[in-house]
Write a protein that binds this ligand. Structure first.
Ligand SMILES: CC(=O)N[C@H]1[C@@H](OP(=O)(O)OP(=O)(O)OC[C@H]2O[C@@H](n3ccc(=O)[nH]c3=O)[C@H](O)[C@@H]2O)O[C@H](CO)[C@@H](O)[C@@H]1O
Ligand SMILES: C=C(OP(=O)(O)O)C(=O)O
Length: 431
């Protein structure tokens, strides 16, 4: 098991380069399954969820060639299976995109129920509603979601989503791409990765219009050919480093970002007294004054992203006064709060609201990450805290942050990576 030992209390100073977006990459790689030809995908982040997505493609018969650190060529002309390996697919949330991709191209898919971070209930009823409207039969059997197009090929349909869902929007968009006829998705999600997936598919020959608005129109095409595409920068990774600078103080230039995607996060940091100076593809983040309280409510894009909620709550735990954070996307995304309290944070959670009484300092402690962004939030807390913290559960962080430790060290963080026997191993040895 890997732990991070963090000596806190050092302001972050320097420059950090943002990688390709996790939640775009984990959709675009499954979408490459739909392409009959070679896709060259650039700006791929080196994170474990991406590695797993690429391995799944290989298991299904795709050929994956690494060109360099951030570029792969994927050739899915010779896919020989539409059944994904159970243990691989169940590990990540994004495996649900394999349903839309396989169903679209081959008219059938067998994919394990997806995994991902545990925020309580994570239903996929809107994905199923969309596939069914497109003419698929969907059943769950033996832990697999089995979907098949009743007439061999999906048929375009008019689909209204009952909830704004990122996953359902992207999955239905993929399924409809190779369907016969036109599909309209209403009440669609508008996140940057939705636009990125549509751009990727369009660059391979799809006909998708309106991604980034709440109505997306997809005219089905007969096949997709190869091409080259570069994934957008990761909004949440950039936001995480912005939050880290806000918590520790200092000055960091965040490079390779799309400033527009950052507006929802920038606005809140500015309210807290953090200076943010925008340029073409960079943000300079500086915090020299004490942090001020504010309220934050998570919402679908362009609202404040739920994937930044733990990180911003951590920063607010160091702000002067009482702040309210309302989580309106997930019903259980405060599991990290008990760990933050070990470091001296004063936070009361009542259902979807966290009431945060700012403290003047956090103190280092042994803490454990329970999911990806919880891990990032605890790392931020440890960087800002007085003294030493030991962070366990860092495999979650590696799901979504490329070179997390190296990037932080480059801007002055004191982090050691240590290998320790995991509890199971210890118990075996004791027993
Ligand atoms: C791999 C990936 O991109 N994960 C992101 C994706 O997750 P994911 O795609 O799972 O999240 P959704 O946008 O679908 O979920 C949003 C809300 O809709 C509900 N819902 C969703 C689908 C459904 O069929 N029925 C339903 O009721 C969920 O319970 C939740 O309350 O978007 C979330 C919201 O921005 C992010 O936190 C995740 O990081
Ligand atoms: C929750 C996240 O990911 P996933 O949906 O893959 O669990 C995330 O990226 O914050």
């Amino acid at each position: 098991m890997t732990n991070y030992i963090i000596q806190g209390g050092k302001p972050l100073v320097g420059e950090v380069e943002i990688s390709g977006a996790k939640n775009a990459a984990v959709a675009i790689i499954p979408a490459a399954l739909m392409v009959n030809g070679v896709c060259r995908i650039e700006n791929i982040p080196q994170i474990s969820d991406v590695t797993l997505c690429l391995r799944i493609l290989e298991q299904l018969g795709g050929r994956v060639r690494t060109i360099n650190r951030t570029t792969v060529e994927v050739d899915c002309s010779a896919i020989h299976s539409t059944r994904t390996p159970y243990e691989m697919a169940r590990k990540i949330r994004a495996s649900y995109y394999l349903i839309g991709a396989l169903l679209s191209r081959f008219g059938q898919a067998e994919v394990a129920m997806p995994g991902g971070c545990n925020f309580g209930v994570r239903p996929i009823d809107q994905h199923v509603k969309g596939f069914t409207a497109l003419g698929a039969k969907v059943v769950v059997d033996g832990g697999f979601i089995n979907a098949s197009a009743k007439s061999g090929r999906l048929q375009g349909a008019h689909i209204y989503l009952d909830v704004v869902s990122v996953g359902a929007t992207m999955n239905i968009m993929m399924a409809a791409t190779l369907a016969e006829g036109t599909t309209i998705i209403e009440n669609a999600a508008k996140e940057p990765h939705i636009v990125d997936l549509a751009n990727f598919l369009n660059s391979m020959g799809a006909n998708i219009y309106g991604a980034g608005t709440d109505t997306i129109k997809i005219r089905g095409v007969d096949n997709l050919g190869g091409g080259t595409y570069a994934i957008i920068p990761d909004q949440i990774e950039a936001g995480t480093y912005m939050a880290a600078v806000a918590a520790t103080g200092g000055q960091v230039l965040i490079r390779n970002i799309i400033p527009k995607h950052m507006d929802c996060i920038t606005a809140k940091l500015v309210e807290m007294g953090v200076e943010v100076v925008e340029d073409e593809d960079t943000l300079l983040v500086r915090r020299t004054e004490p942090l001020q309280r504010t309220n934050v409510k998570t919402l679908p894009y362009p609202g404040f992203p739920t994937d930044m909620q733990p990180q911003i709550a951590t920063v607010l735990s160091l702000a002067k006064g009482t702040s309210l954070v309302t989580e309106s996307v997930w019903n259980n995304r405060y599991r990290y709060v008990d760990e933050l309290k070990r470091m001296g944070a004063l936070i009361q959670v009542d259902d979807k609201t966290a009431v945060i009484e700012g403290v003047s300092a956090l103190t280092g402690a042994p803490v454990q990450a329970c999911d990806l962004r919880a891990g990032a939030a605890l790392a931020i807390a440890a960087l800002a805290a007085q003294g030493q913290s030991t962070l366990s559960g860092v495999n979650y962080i590696e799901r979504g942050y490329e070179d997390f430790v190296e990037k932080l060290r480059k801007i002055g963080a004191d982090i050691q990576v240590v290998e320790v026997p995991d509890e199971e191993e210890l118990n075996t040895n004791i027993g």
